[in-house]
Design a protein around this ligand. Structure first.
Ligand code: CMC
Length: 431
């Protein structure tokens, strides 16, 4: 925990309360209100946590004003350009870039945990074929607690390590199998000789009836999608994982909670919602109609893939993702596809519109990721599962960090109660 260098004074009913202020290595100062209730008998009120730091962390930093995203201090564009997903996983988990030997050992560990317990096949088969792959992922990942008992003791550092590796390694297999199950194709087992992204593409797209060669450009693009989604500070799903973990729940249960939270359209579900929106718009001439709806105060409609709680300049992940989209679409020869045409014109129209400029609403990472994933052949229902695969390392790194903090305690927010006060029960015939 940082040392207090200055303090804030709060006057309540004539009583002065001194609150310590901590200066972070980057970002705004933080006022420590942990003793506020004990000292002054009041709570603070911040639904949506817009001004509240829920923890201290050394993993990821976002400067929303500058449009900067750092993992352990390294800018995301450098990592996306020069590194690769498993190296970024190591960095997030252990705090430093690995040496060649450390990376080799780590990759070997991940590669050799990619298979699922064979009994889990039955678990997949219990779902309806039309189940959303995210529903299957929530169920299967939660069920891992019942299959891997030897890595659920969170007080054992070795078990925590094994659980971390298992989750990162098995998540692509789980997502790919959720997809295969939904289209009625046989499950494809992982291959240890392939890199993380290629293995995932092969498990999704190969069939036993013919050979499948992973295109290196698509595999690089997939790896970049994973890298760009690896972690993102204390976002909703990460905070969900931390809150679930604060009760001492096992790692598989915590990550299942994170997957459930990620599913929502305001969070990871936005990539699916965005592509569906582009298809619904259909042709560029309908763009003004949808922009007008997004601006209408009486219409809850929002442009999916636009806006962010933290980024108020640009989303640095979106910049890299856009370049990747151009490369992939050129490779696949689909630069002129109608969805892309609508995407390009919608982006230009929104950026030129004062409503979006004044509210600092820019395209976020999900605006472009769906375009790439669709070009690769993924159905929209698989977009959020891909995000979940990528974010697993972020959830796990934050979970590990929380558990190694000796000060961590159960998360238990307070409330501003506006309901009835005590009243007597009335018998049913009297109501
Ligand atoms: N379209 C139209 N108006 C919007 C949009 C949008 N996409 N996003 C925000 N606004 C307006 C909103 O109506 C509000 O207007 P006013 O001040 O007049 O009431 C203002 O901008 C501020 O919005 P907010 O809801 O207070 O901002 P927030 O920080 O709570 O929400 C957000 C952030 C990402 C949930 C929101 O921008 C949104 O719903 N975007 C669409 C969904 C989306 O693309 N989500 C993916 C986020 S990136 C991936 C991830 O991290 O999961």
């Amino acid at each position: 925990m940082a040392q207090s260098t200055k303090s804030a004074k709060l006057m309540i009913d004539g009583k002065e309360i001194d609150l310590p202020i901590y200066s972070p290595t980057a970002g705004p100062d933080v006022i420590d209100i942990r003793k506020l209730y004990a000292q002054a008998g009041v709570f603070t009120y911040d639904p949506g946590f817009t001004s509240t730091a829920s923890c201290d962390s050394t993993i990821t930093f976002i400067d929303g004003g500058k449009g900067e995203l750092l993992h352990r201090g390294y800018p995301i564009d450098q990592l996306a350009g020069k590194s690769h997903y498993l190296e970024v996983c190591y960095l997030l988990l252990y705090g430093e870039l690995p040496s060649a030997a450390q990376l080799e050992t780590f990759e070997l560990n991940i590669t050799h945990h990619t298979m699922l317990h064979e009994q889990m096949v039955n678990f997949f088969r219990g779902f309806r074929r039309d189940a959303h792959p995210m529903a299957i992922m929530v169920g299967v990942v939660g069920a891992m607690s019942a299959f891997y008992h030897d890595s659920t003791d969170i007080s054992d550092e070795h078990q925590r390590e094994v659980a971390s590796h298992r989750l990162i390694a098995k998540m692509p297999t789980i997502a790919a199998w959720a997809y295969k199950y939904s289209i009625g194709q046989p499950f494809v087992y992982p291959r240890n000789d392939l890199d993380y992204a290629s293995n995932f593409l092969r498990m999704c797209f190969s069939v036993p009836a013919e050979d499948y060669e992973v295109n290196p450009i698509l595999s690089r693009a997939m790896d970049r999608i994973f890298t760009l989604h690896a972690d993102h500070e204390q976002n909703a799903s990460t905070s969900t994982v931390r809150l679930a973990s604060s009760s001492g729940a096992n790692p598989f249960a915590c990550i299942a909670a994170g997957i459930a939270c990620l599913w929502g359209p305001a969070h990871g579900g936005a990539n699916q919602a965005c592509l569906e929106m582009l298809k619904e718009i259909g042709t560029p001439d309908r763009i003004p109609e949808f922009i007008a709806r997004a601006k209408d105060k009486d219409d809850p409609y929002r442009l999916m893939g636009f806006g962010h709680r933290v980024y108020k300049n640009h989303d640095p992940r979106a910049t890299v993702m856009k370049q990747s989209a151009d490369e992939v679409l050129e490779l696949l020869g689909v630069e002129n596809n109608p969805v892309l045409q609508v995407a390009k014109e919608l982006e230009a129209a929104a950026l030129a519109d004062p409503y979006f400029a004044d509210k600092k609403l820019f395209p976020n990472v999900d605006f472009y990721s769906g375009i790439i994933l669709e070009a690769m052949g993924f159905p929209t229902s698989m977009f959020t599962p891909v995000f979940a695969v990528a974010r697993t390392v972020g959830w796990i790194s934050q979970w590990k960090e929380q558990l190694s903090d000796p000060q961590h305690k159960i998360g238990r927010p307070r409330q501003l109660y506006l309901g009835e006060t005590t009243r007597d029960y009335t018998d049913i015939e009297m109501r």
